[in-house]
Design a protein around this ligand. Structure first.
Ligand SMILES: Nc1ncnc2c1ncn2[C@@H]1O[C@H](COP(=O)(O)OP(=O)(O)OP(=O)(O)O)[C@@H](O)[C@H]1O
Ligand SMILES: [Mg+2]
Length: 255
């Protein structure tokens, strides 16, 4: 693949740059990103496309000419990112939150049997996490083992920066790198943690609305939080609030 001169940089992070090519989007990864992760993200997206969820279509994974790294190309969804709308129109925040919650519940209504299993992913991530002691790790794995299993499509990183309000007024979801099949309450717990790092009040409003609209007991979502916080910590994302996440991990009760 050759990147055109007129590309527009949308996002730049530690291990990738996202470009707008006009009618396509290209995510270019540097050499620290394992190639298998790039193909896994593309495979997740192909599976999500096939199960009918409104999302960008995956077009190709290929190497950029002259050693520019590996890249994944998708269709572009013309529209505005929901996070931008929420910031620009604070008076309409709760209307966007309703759409956001209903979209998460809609995603959980899909099934995709080929997706990786959420429990396997969380277990692998907890085992890979440095900086926690053996007892905490054991407690987290025990807790994970005791949680209910389900097979719903879970996004794994559902937050307003990954939702695009299309020009057709429909909502589209991008960034399926962490998608699995599993328990919706775990996915909601991840969204709660991601939101709470930005704004605790908004996160609480999300949790209340999600539990109400999906008839999920709030304590079930809360039981997932230590496990989900540990797996988010293991991602080691740029800008993550390690102290806040570690305080969630420590909520594990030692009974
Ligand atoms: N297909 C698309 N159409 C329109 N905009 C897109 C599309 N894909 C990505 N974007 C824009 O680029 C931004 C970054 O893309 P994406 O969310 O996939 O990467 P990321 O957040 O860096 O990934 P990660 O969360 O895995 O680190 C999105 O927030 C969105 O604004
Ligand atoms: Mg994203």
């Amino acid at each position: 693949m050759k990147l055109p001169e007129n590309k527009v940089e949308l996002v730049k992070r530690g291990n990738k740059v996202v470009y707008d090519l006009g009618d396509k989007i290209v995510k270019v990864f540097n050499e620290t990103k394992p190639l298998s992760d790039v193909f896994n993200e593309a495979l997740n997206l192909a599976r999500i496309n096939e199960c009918g969820i409104r999302s960008p279509k995956v077009l190709q994974v290929s190497e950029i000419e002259n050693g520019g790294g590996w890249a994944m190309e998708t269709t572009k969804i013309p529209g505005t990112v929901m996070a931008e709308k929420m910031l620009a129109e604070p008076g309409h925040f709760y209307e966007y939150l309703e759409q956001f919650v209903d979209l998460l519940i809609e995603i959980h209504s899909y099934r995709c049997q080929q997706l990786n299993r959420q429990k396997d992913k969380y277990s692998r991530m907890i085992k890979s996490l440095d900086g926690i002691d053996g007892t905490t790790r054991y407690n987290l794995l025990e807790r994970l083992d005791g949680m209910k299993k389900d097979t719903c499509v879970c996004h794994g990183d559902f937050n307003p920066t990954n939702i695009i309000i299309g020009e057709d007024d429909k909502l589209y979801v991008c960034d399926w790198a962490h998608a699995t099949q599993g328990e919706p309450a775990a996915d909601a717990a991840m969204t709660y943690l991601l939101l709470s790092i930005q704004d605790k009040q908004q996160a609480d409003a999300f949790l209340e609305m999600y539990c109400d609209r999906s008839s999920t007991p709030m304590q079930v979502v809360r039981q997932w939080m230590p496990v989900v916080a540990a797996s988010e910590l293991a991602r080691n994302r740029e800008g993550q609030d390690r102290d806040a996440l570690l305080s969630w991990v420590d909520v594990v009760d030692y009974q």
